[in-house]
Ligand binder design. Sequence first.
Ligand code: TYM
Length: 329
Amino acid sequence: MPKIVFSGIQPTGSLHIGNYFGALKNWLEFQKQGDLCYFCVVDLHAITIDYDPKQFQDKILDTIATYIACGINPEKSIIFIQSKIKEHSELAWLLNSITPVSELERMTQYKDKKIQHAKNINAGLLDYPVLMAADVLLYNTNTIPVGYDQKQHVELARTIANKFNAKFGQTFTIPEHFIPEVGAKIMSLLEPTKKMSKSHNPKSYISLSDSKQDIEKKIMSAVTDSDNKIFFDPEKKPAISNLLSIYHLATGWTLQQIQDKYKDSTSYAQFKKDLANELVKLLKPIQDKKQELLKDKTKLLEILQASTNKAQEQAKKTMEKVKQKMGLI
Ligand code: TYM
């Protein structure tokens, strides 16, 4: 049975390899399998932190182009911009009325963001997971492919859906997360015990649009330990284990094959050089395709029209059902 799959990424700047390996790469598998896939650019989520409205449209377009350049095919999958479909905000408001503030306050990402954006702790930052619940529940989603950091939000979406169904009658499908075994949490190149993140030092992540020189520089200066042995042990060797995971994800080689290749190495230099090369090989075609797509922004938006119409149709149906269940006219 084909599943209904929903996922999204915030257009907060160029995506990094954590977004790619943790999310986008796995989206392709669901598309390949013939599932009904919705891949959304979640612009309404991105405005909960300080941003520049003058650059925002470009970032949204950049994210759409990245999806397509990575292989998301608008003829097979539904690609759309969240704010184009007003039902996302509308359903989030209705779900707010059954979501305890205490549940939102215990979200790890909210706690982190409160510290990171201490001067802008707005209501949207707290309410963010309710909008995410609305995103997935509008489309009867079965599966949500995400990285590990979104697990708690998906659990909350399930809690909200169950609560709604219990209170107003069966309405929502209860979604499940899909979190990959490897790649769910790509770590920072500078602090390998922290998640790779767009909001940290650019040297700590590989952006999908980084040049060959940038990739080489960043990988060569990635933090490592001093024993010069290449083996996978996230506890004892978090930095090398992170690089090994990235190597595995970029090439498809097993961890064992990679460890065997470098078993006689007396330094990390060759391993890092090869890893940088593999990343360049992976990212170059994506970058070229993206540049091509961004040459004609009007056409890029036109490509989304059919997708947006399909998403709109489903969102409208769900909202009608929800309103009726809640006793609205
Ligand atoms: P966002 O934009 O922060 O991240 C997009 C996706 O990338 C994954 N990710 C990572 N995976 C592995 N290693 C990392 N270092 C890493 N960093 C990020 C994230 O887990 C995510 O899958 N709230 C979401 C966006 C969202 C959404 C949704 C997702 C809004 N509505 C509905 C699924 C379904 C977010 O902020 O992701």
